[in-house]
Design a protein around this ligand. Structure first.
Ligand SMILES: Cc1cc2nc3c(=O)[nH]c(=O)nc-3n(C[C@H](O)[C@H](O)[C@H](O)COP(=O)(O)OP(=O)(O)OC[C@H]3O[C@@H](n4cnc5c(N)ncnc54)[C@H](O)[C@@H]3O)c2cc1C
Ligand SMILES: O=C1O[C@H](CO)C(O)=C1O
Length: 598
C-alpha cells in the first residue's frame, strides 16, 4: 500500500477495520469495461465506511461505490478507490403490517426478495434481473415494464447517505427533499447511500403468457389495450421478421405452474444461438435468418399459434433470461411516440429510406434481436420526482432498448452506426437516455442540459454542496452531468463548474484481453492525480489543478489555494461543514464522527 495511505491509516482508530485489498481487477457484468482500482474496499459497518471516507479525504482519493457492476457503461470505472457494499447488506427492520423494510444499501435484490417472501412480502415491480444491489438500482433509474408503476425508486421512502465529510444524512419526501430528489437518481455522485427504507407489498403470484404476433397487429393495438390489458406487459420486437413477442402478466391466486422449457434456455439452444451470433460477427447478413430460426424455435414459427404460459411468484416470474454479454442502448420517449419510433426504425433497418427519415445509411448493417419495448408511468406518482428521472413527467413512457450481443465477448461490427441512427431518432422524438446504459459519449453535458434544463442545474447544485471537492466525481459525471469549469468571473458558473480537486479524470483506454487473449473489453485508466499532489504537497508545487499552492493541516488534510487565479475559489475540506449544513439539518441526521469534519 502507498506509504502515505499507511501513514494516514495509522492516525485513525485501529479498532475499526479497514478491509481493503490492492491488485484488484474489476469489470462490468457484460465485461464491456475493466479497471484496476488502487484499493478495493468492502466495509461492513457505518463506522468502517466513515473511516474510508476520512482516509480518502486525507489521501486525496476519489471514491467510487460499485454495486453488482451491472451498469454496462464506464460509470463505475476508477483507478482510485472502489468501494463495494456486498458485506453491508443486513435487513435492519421489517414490518409485515406496514410493508416497510429498512435495509443496508449493499443488499442484492434477490436476497431482499427471498427475505421479504418469508414474511409474506415482495417488491411491487422488478426489471429483467434481480442481481443488482438496491442502491445501484435506485442510482440509475432502473425500471420494469408496467403502466401501473414508475421507476423502481418509487418504492423508496427514506434514504440515508454518507456525504464527503463522513456525515450520514437522512432524506425523504418530508425532510431534506432536495437531497432526496438528487440522491434518488444519484449515479454515485452525491455520496454513499448507506440505508434505505422501501415500501414492500403483500407477496403475489403472476399468471403470465406470451405469444408471437405480427408487428402491424402490435402497433394497431398500441392505443387500444396493448399496454393496459394486463398489469405487466413487455414486448420484444424482431425487426427483420416484423414480428413481436408480447409477454403479459396479471396477479393471480391460482396454484403455481412451472414455465415450459425454452429452446435457448437449454444447453444446446443456448450454445447454438451464441455461436450463430458469433458467426454473424463475421457474416452479419445472416442475422435476419438467425432471428427467424432462433425465435421460431423459441416461440413457434406461426404468429399467434404458439402460446406459452406459467404461474410463478412475482419475485421470479417478472425476471427473464438475459443470455449473453451485451451492449444496451435504451432511451425513454413519450409512449404516444412509440408507433412512429418503431415504424421509422423498422423502415431504416429494412432499407426503406423514405419512411425512415433518418440521416444515416443502413446499407450493409445488420443488428440483433430483440429490441426491447417496455413502459412505465411516473406521471401519476405522488413521491418526489428524482431530478434526473429520464421518463416523461406528463404521461406514460416508452423505453426502447437496442440490445446488441457480444458473442464470446466480441463486439458486433455494426455498433457505432446503429447506435448513431438509433440515438438520432430517439432525440428527434424527445427521448432521454437510460443512465446506466451504453449511450454515446457524444451526448455530453450540453445536450443533457438541454434535455433536463433546471432539473440538472438543481442536481448539480445539491451535488456540489454535498461534495465540494469532488470526492465522488469521475470522468463519466464530468462528461454527462457537470458543466466545464469556468474561470470567467461569473460566480454561478464558477460554482457549477468547480474544478474538483479530488475528482478523477480518465487518462487512457486500452484493449483488455482476457486470459485466453479474447474479448473486446476496454480497460479504463484514471489519472491518479493524487500521485502528483501528494508528492508535491509539501513543497507547494502544482497539484491536480495544475496551479496553486497546497498546504497540509495538522490532520493531514491538504488545502489547495487557487485564489490567485481569478474569482474566489471553491472552498476545500475545511469549509465543507458549513456548506452542507442545511442538508444536514434533517430531524434524523446523525453525526457519527466529529473528527472527520476538519
Ligand atoms: C442483464 C441486465 C439486465 C438489466 N435489466 C434492467 C432492467 O430491466 N431495467 C433497467 O432499468 N435496467 C436494467 N439493467 C441495468 C441495471 O439495473 C442498472 O445498471 C443498475 O444500476 C445495476 O445495479 P448495480 O448494483 O449493479 O449498480 P452498479 O452498476 O454497480 O452501479 C450503478 C450506479 O450506482 C451507484 N451506486 C451503487 N451503490 C451505491 C451506493 N451504496 N451509494 C451510492 N451510489 C451507489 C454506482 O456508483 C453507480 O453510479 C440491467 C442490466 C443488466 C446487465
Ligand atoms: O440492460 C438490460 O439488459 C436486459 C436485456 O437483455 C434488459 O432487460 C435490460 O434493461
Amino acid at each position: 500500500m502507498d506509504p502515505h495511505i499507511t501513514r494516514e491509516l495509522s492516525k485513525l482508530d485501529p479498532a475499526i477495520p479497514f478491509r481493503a485489498s490492492p491488485s484488484h481487477l474489476h469489470h462490468t457484468w457484460a465485461r464491456t469495461f475493466y479497471w484496476r482500482p488502487e484499493l478495493f474496499i468492502q466495509p461492513e459497518s457505518v463506522a468502517e465506511l466513515q473511516k474510508v471516507v476520512t482516509l480518502a479525504r486525507r489521501c486525496r482519493r476519489r471514491l467510487v461505490t460499485v454495486g453488482s457492476a451491472h451498469s454496462p457503461s464506464d460509470l463505475t470505472c476508477t483507478s482510485a478507490w472502489l468501494l463495494n457494499l456486498d458485506n453491508f447488506r443486513r435487513i435492519l427492520s421489517l414490518s409485515r403490517d406496514t410493508g416497510l423494510v429498512t435495509v443496508e444499501a449493499g443488499i442484492r435484490l434477490y436476497d431482499l426478495g427471498i427475505e421479504l417472501e418469508q414474511h409474506g412480502l415482495t417488491l411491487p415491480n422488478l426489471g429483467s434481473i434481480d442481481e443488482q444491489s438496491v442502491a445501484g438500482v435506485i442510482a440509475t433509474g432502473t425500471h420494469g415494464s408496467s403502466l401501473r408503476y414508475g421507476l423502481l425508486s418509487q418504492s423508496v421512502r427514506t434514504l440515508s447517505i454518507m456525504l464527503a465529510n463522513g456525515q450520514v444524512v437522512r432524506c425523504s419526501a418530508e425532510s431534506n427533499v432536495e437531497l432526496f430528489r438528487a440522491a434518488l437518481v444519484s449515479l454515485g455522485a452525491i455520496g454513499i447511500i448507506t440505508e434505505m427504507t422501501l415500501q414492500a407489498v403483500p407477496a403475489f403470484k403472476i399468471a403470465w403468457q406470451q405469444s408471437m404476433q405480427s408487428l402491424p397487429q402490435v402497433l394497431d393495438k398500441w392505443e387500444t389495450g396493448l399496454w393496459s390489458e394486463a398489469e405487466f406487459v413487455r414486448v420484444w420486437w424482431l425487426p427483420y421478421w416484423k414480428r413481436a413477442i408480447v409477454w403479459r402478466a396479471d396477479k393471480t391466486e391460482l396454484p403455481l405452474r412451472a414455465p415450459p422449457k425454452s429452446f435457448y434456455g437449454g444447453r444446446i439452444g443456448n450454445f447454438v444461438y451464441h455461436n450463430l451470433l458469433y458467426v454473424a460477427n463475421y457474416i452479419p447478413r445472416i442475422l435476419p435468418w438467425v432471428e427467424w430460426f432462433i425465435f421460431g424455435m423459441q416461440y413457434g414459427f406461426r404468429p399467434g399459434k404458439h402460446l406459452t404460459s406459467a404461474i410463478e411468484p412475482g419475485r421470479t416470474g417478472l425476471l427473464m433470461d438475459c443470455l449473453y454479454s451485451q451492449f444496451v442502448n435504451e432511451w425513454a420517449i413519450p409512449l404516444e411516440k412509440g408507433p412512429e419510433a418503431i415504424t421509422r426504425l423498422s423502415a431504416w433497418l429494412n432499407g426503406d429510406v423514405a419512411t425512415a427519415r433518418i440521416p444515416f445509411s443502413s446499407k450493409g448493417l445488420w443488428v440483433h434481436s430483440p429490441i426491447e419495448v417496455r413502459v412505465s408511468d411516473t406521471s401519476k406518482t405522488d413521491t418526489p420526482r428524482p431530478y434526473l428521472d429520464p421518463t416523461n413527467p406528463t404521461g406514460p413512457t416508452l423505453f426502447l432498448n437496442a440490445t446488441l450481443y457480444r458473442p464470446h465477448l466480441r463486439d458486433p461490427p455494426c455498433t457505432d452506426r446503429y447506435y448513431q441512427a438509433f440515438e438520432w431518432l430517439m432525440r428527434e422524438l424527445g427521448g432521454r437516455p437510460h443512465w446506466a446504459k451504453n449511450f454515446s459519449a457524444k451526448t455530453g453535458y450540453e445536450e443533457i442540459r438541454r434535455m433536463y434544463g433546471p432539473d440538472l442545474d438543481e442536481w448539480v447544485r445539491v451535488r456540489n454542496e454535498a461534495d465540494l471537492d469532488g470526492m465522488f466525481v469521475g470522468e463519466w459525471h464530468r462528461r454527462n452531468l457537470l458543466p466545464a469549469p469556468s474561470l470567467s468571473g461569473d460566480d454561478e458558473k464558477e460554482d457549477a463548474g468547480r474544478a474538483f480537486p479530488l475528482g478523477e479524470r480518465e487518462k487512457a483506454r486500452q484493449k483488455f484481453r482476457d486470459q485466453r487473449g479474447a474479448g473486446d473489453g476496454v480497460e479504463v485508466i484514471g489519472d491518479k492525480a493524487w500521485l502528483n499532489e501528494v508528492s508535491t504537497a509539501s513543497d507547494g508545487g502544482d497539484g491536480p489543478l495544475g496551479r496553486g499552492r497546497k498546504e497540509s493541516d495538522e490532520k493531514g488534510n491538504i488545502h489547495v489555494d487557487v485564489s490567485q487565479f481569478g474569482p474566489p475559489s471553491p472552498p476545500t475540506t475545511a469549509a465543507s461543514e458549513e456548506s452542507f449544513d442545511h442538508l444536514a439539518h434533517g430531524e434524523a441526521s446523525v453525526m457519527l464522527e466529529r473528527d472527520n469534519v476538519a
